[in-house]
Design a binder for this molecule. Structure first.
Ligand SMILES: CC(C)(COP(=O)(O)OP(=O)(O)OC[C@H]1O[C@@H](n2cnc3c(N)ncnc32)[C@H](O)[C@@H]1OP(=O)(O)O)[C@@H](O)C(=O)NCCC(=O)NCCS
Length: 173
């Protein structure tokens, strides 16, 4: 399986993949495929951090990291992550996360935050964002709002995340 940067030729396959992956997800809003489109058009998009997992010419997974602001710091958010139904639980999600973290670190980013399953992301090093003093701009269970420091540092930022408008989240202090 090859993990590589997404290209415009992949956009239709990625749209369909994200739609199919989230159709069976326990937590979703049904518009994750449109979020990908909106984020690509935004200034928060980093082409090197939109990756696909490809096997024999078929796109089986996709991950996207985009920039956001946490207080005075520029950081990343991981969203969305999608693996094709029928190919889940085979390590594709893990491979995409690990490669994304490697590239993000090489680009100089320190912290990634996300909203997700407390059963999945801690496997790859994510902890409650509150551990770093990072707060969500909306009410959320502490265990579902997570962060990782890519160098494993225990920083304390004491700041609220400001999401890009593509997420449709009202940012409140
Ligand atoms: C969640 C998702 C991205 C995980 O990718 P994946 O390639 O299936 O997962 P991996 O093979 O890398 O990791 C497997 C491990 O994570 C666990 N896991 C997989 N999917 C999980 C889920 N939805 N919730 C909790 N744990 C999960 C498995 O138990 C497994 O651990 P184990 O082998 O020790 O039991 C994928 O299942 C998916 O696309 N789901 C639908 C879309 C979605 O919900 N995305 C957002 C996640 S917040």
């Amino acid at each position: 399986m090859l993990i590589r940067q997404e290209t415009p030729a992949d956009y239709p396959a990625v749209y369909s993949l994200v739609q199919r992956a989230f159709a069976s997800a326990p937590v979703k809003d049904g518009t994750e495929q449109d979020l990908v489109v909106a984020l690509r058009k935004s200034r928060h998009f980093i082409p090197k951090l939109s990756l696909v997992a490809e096997d024999n010419g078929k796109i089986l997974g996709h991950i996207m990291f985009t920039t956001l602001q946490i207080g005075t710091h520029e950081a990343l958010t991981l969203a969305p992550l999608s693996v094709a139904p029928g190919h889940q639980r085979q390590g594709i999600g893990q491979a995409l996360i690990r490669e994304g973290h490697r590239i993000a670190k090489a680009l100089g980013y320190e912290v990634v935050i996300l909203l997700g399953s407390e059963k999945y992301y801690p496997k790859w090093g994510y902890q409650p964002a509150s551990t770093f003093g990072i707060r969500a701009p909306f009410p959320v269970a502490d265990e579902n709002f997570m962060a990782i420091h890519l160098d494993g540092k225990k920083v304390r930022w004491d700041a609220v995340v400001k999401f890009p408008s593509a997420f449709g989240i009202e940012n409140r202090e």
